[in-house]
Design a binder for this molecule. Structure first.
Ligand SMILES: [Fe+2]
Length: 380
């Protein structure tokens, strides 16, 4: 017996946000975003597209790049003080995460910590939550179709996960022109994150052929469109395809992830490295590890299927380790952890944290802490 869910409504392509505006008449929405997007003019651009709506939008732009509990508390107050009746999240993963947390915190008692995964909090998130429209301005995390949020709590200082099915946004709006100003290095890093989600979910040894199909098509989209999006940010067709790939990655990774994410997480936690860049730096050496492993027929078939996709995209497809390295270099990634201020002395600590990270539990092959240390060493 298996259970599957693919429920989010998605509006995709140029004009998607204007279409949303038509659908949300006469509401008083809280627009959750971050100050960087206000400064970059993206909030203004979005409000212009929403101007045909009869709704009002109250801008709350106090979201930190790594969201903290206070963002959620202040946001909930803002929501109450402005008598809002719904939320529109505009931004990358941070704005989405804060919006999801505000969404339940406005009608659930404090403290926030009790709703976390650590406290089995999902069951406490009950009743009807306000509507939430998720409008991503990057193409990477896929948070717009996800049901999780990560917030750093005041008492522990730790990034804490909140996951509950009701947190899934009501509608995801993939409007490519909102990602057009994202600079090439962030387009590359976020796009590689989307690719990694698809790849690792496809490799995860869990029965989920629906997610596998989504993952394979997501990989194809990344192979065919990420270079164009990086090389010419105003290419809205490439931007739209990458937005779709990012959402598909997040739909697929409800199946789960693998060693690349386990290796990437400590680089961000300990050294504040961008999550997508961390995946990029760890992925080719992780592929080398997998390709050298003693694989059974089913595992080898998964590797071969991805190699075929690379060949179809006019790449050699002989070694995923080599092919991904060459591809990421084309996208502007500079390899070598040492070039990103990661000292060799820290590799032991990183390997310990990577082994404690839960993602590799669903890696294509089982891993030891020494295996993870060796991959860091190769990536140095
Ligand atoms: Fe990721």
């Amino acid at each position: 017996m298996n259970q599957f869910s693919f429920p989010t409504t998605i509006l995709h392509g140029q004009g998607a946000l204007t279409e949303l505006a038509k659908r949300i008449q006469e509401k008083n929405l809280m627009l959750v975003t971050d100050p960087g997007l206000v400064k970059a003019g993206v909030v203004e651009q979005a409000l212009e597209m929403l101007s045909k709506s009869k709704s009002k939008f109250k801008v709350y732009d106090e979201v930190h790049p790594n969201p903290v509990e206070e963002d959620v508390e202040k946001g909930s107050e803002f929501y109450q003080n402005n008598t809002c009746d719904g939320i529109l999240a505009l931004g990358g993963g941070s704005a989405m995460d804060v919006a999801k947390a505000i969404r339940f915190f406005v009608n659930h008692p404090a403290p926030l910590a009790q709703y976390s995964v650590l406290k089995n909090g999902a069951a406490k998130i009950t009743g009807t939550l306000p509507v939430m429209y998720a409008v991503p301005t990057t193409a990477g995390t896929g948070s717009e179709v996800g049901r999780g949020a990560v917030i750093t709590l005041r008492d522990t200082g730790r990034k804490t996960l909140f996951v509950a099915p009701p947190l899934m946004p009501t509608i995801a709006v993939l409007e490519p022109s909102l990602t057009a100003k994202l600079p090439p290095h962030l387009t590359a890093a976020t796009g590689i994150d989307a690719f990694t989600h698809c790849l690792e979910s496809y490799f995860a040894p869990i029965y989920h052929p629906m997610a596998d199909g989504v993952a394979l098509e997501g990989i194809r989209l990344c192979l065919n469109h990420l270079n164009d999006a990086v090389n010419d940010g105003s290419n809205l067709e490439a931007r739209a395809q990458m937005q779709m790939a990012a959402s598909m990655g997040a739909v697929a990774f409800q199946k789960d992830l693998g060693m690349v994410h386990s290796l990437a997480h400590p680089l961000s936690a300990r050294h504040d490295m961008h999550h997508g860049l961390a995946n990029a730096l760890m992925l080719p050496d992780s592929m080398a590890f997998l390709e050298a492993a003693d694989l059974n027929e089913g595992q080898q078939h998964r590797i071969d299927t991805i190699r075929t996709l690379f060949r179809e995209a006019n790449r050699s497809g002989e070694s995923l380790a080599n092919e991904t390295r060459i591809w990421f270099q084309e996208l502007g990634i500079q390899f070598g952890l040492q070039h990103h201020n990661i000292p060799a002395e820290d590799l032991d600590n990183l390997a310990k944290d990577a082994f404690d990270d839960p993602c590799h539990a669903t890696n294509l092959v089982a891993l030891t802490r020494d295996d993870l240390a060796e991959v860091y060493q190769r990536a140095l």
